[in-house]
Every structure is written in structure tokens, then in C-alpha cells.
Ligand binder design. Structure first.
Ligand SMILES: CC(C)(COP(=O)(O)OP(=O)(O)OC[C@H]1O[C@@H](n2cnc3c(N)ncnc32)[C@H](O)[C@@H]1OP(=O)(O)O)[C@@H](O)C(=O)NCCC(=O)NCCS
Length: 152
């Protein structure tokens, strides 16, 4: 498989998704359920993958999700999904979730994880995606470290 398309930048596919925590997203203590947060992260990552691939993408793997802080009913959750590396048909997406109590309060990172998506064609077969061109220092660091995460 070889791509005839030009390499794309990270910023071309970034997704930012905002949610508010409702009672049906929480446990009996009013704390946001991990599974609900992963669902929101997966959707944000899927949109980023599809933006990059310009094709339908499916989740192939979810790795190293760390839940660092909890969130409660009423908190606002910001989820940012960025591509770190594109291979042939697969892509790694880093997803960071942040929470804040009200419109003006400071955001706190509550979770981070790495999602692998595969672009598929109309019959569900893996299909080529554009290469990624990392530009900033952080984008280059994530691009390089993606290889360690893929093959560990
Ligand atoms: C992901 C999927 C399309 C891969 O199909 P496949 O026939 O195994 O494809 P291939 O073996 O040709 O691999 C294609 C690419 O997927 C990657 N891949 C396949 N399975 C993977 C997995 N479990 N984790 C990470 N990458 C995976 C391969 O490394 C390869 O990457 P590359 O093209 O960038 O080198 C297929 O396994 C599938 O449809 N899985 C279910 C996806 C789904 O429904 N997800 C929703 C949750 S259930």
C-alpha cells in the first residue's frame, strides 16, 4: 500500500469535544463513570482519525488509559484528540480529558489515553491513510514515541 496523498498536519484533524456530566453518567456517589468517559474519548478520537484518513475508521486498540482525577455531576468535560502518527492504514490518537467546575474555573486534566484506529473501505477492508507531518517539538516527540507504544 502506498499513499499518493500529501502528508497532513496534526492541526488539520484535531477534535475538541465538550460534555456536561449528568446524573446518568455517574455512579451512586455522583462520580463520572470511567466507561462513559472512555466512550466520549473514543468518539473524539474517531472523529480525529476520520478527519485525517478522510474515510470511515474503526477502533482497533485502546491503551494506557490513566484516570488521574474524578469529576462530579455538573462538571464540564473538555476532550481533545490529536493524531500522533499514521502508519499504512492505522493511526495512533492521543486523547486528553480535562474537567472544570463552572464556566470560569480552571481546567484540570482528568484522563489520558492512546487509541489506535484503522481506516476501512466500503467493504470493511483496511485502506491506506495519508502520512503525518509533525511540526512542533511536542508533535515530533509524540510521533517518535508512538513507535515504542506500537511495538511494546
Ligand atoms: C481493525 C480491522 C479493520 C483490521 O483488519 P485486519 O484484516 O486485521 O487488517 P490487517 O491485518 O490488514 O491490518 C491493517 C492494519 O490494522 C492494524 N491492526 C489490526 N488489528 C489491530 C489491533 N488489534 N490493534 C492495533 N492495530 C491493529 C495493523 O497493524 C495494520 O496497520 P497498518 O496498515 O498501519 O500497518 C479489523 O480487525 C476489525 O474490523 N476489527 C473490529 C473493529 C471494530 O469493530 N471496532 C469497534 C469496537 S468492537
Amino acid at each position: 500500500m502506498t499513499s499518493k496523498r500529501n502528508a497532513k498536519k496534526v492541526k488539520e484533524s484535531v477534535t475538541v469535544k465538550t460534555e456536561i456530566v449528568f446524573p446518568n453518567d455517574t455512579n451512586p456517589m455522583g462520580i463520572l463513570l470511567g466507561g462513559r468517559l472512555v466512550e466520549w474519548m473514543d468518539i473524539a478520537a474517531a472523529i480525529t482519525a476520520q478527519n485525517h484518513a478522510e474515510n470511515i475508521c474503526v477502533t482497533a486498540q485502546i491503551n494506557n488509559i490513566k484516570f488521574e482525577h474524578s469529576s462530579q455531576v455538573g462538571d464540564i468535560i473538555h476532550i481533545t484528540a490529536k493524531i500522533t502518527r499514521a502508519y499504512n492504514s492505522s493511526m495512533e490518537i492521543i486523547v486528553i480529558a480535562e474537567s472544570r467546575k463552572s464556566v470560569n474555573s480552571k481546567k484540570q486534566q482528568i484522563a489520558i489515553g492512546y487509541f489506535t484506529f484503522v481506516a476501512i473501505n466500503k467493504v470493511g477492508e483496511a485502506t491506506i491513510v495519508p502520512k503525518l507531518m509533525p511540526i512542533t517539538k511536542l508533535e515530533k516527540q509524540l510521533f517518535n514515541s508512538a513507535l515504542n507504544r506500537k511495538f511494546k
